[in-house]
Design a protein around this ligand. Sequence first.
Ligand SMILES: [Zn+2]
Length: 69
Amino acid sequence: MPCIRFRAAISARTEGDRLPPEVTPEELDAHLATCLDCRRWAKHVRTLREATDALLLSRKRTGAPPKPV
Ligand SMILES: [Zn+2]
């Protein structure tokens, strides 16, 4: 399966969303175990996610309205 199909799944899992129907968690883990590019991508997505969380948290502390979903 080409990497591109896993990228959406990696992103979804990082966001806490459901995986796309064509990718099972087992398939995703198996792919990540063998694909360096996707492991790098997963790390990148997680880093962005954490940066976003930190930003939202700091906004919450300053009393600014949270970002609409
Ligand atoms: Zn890959």
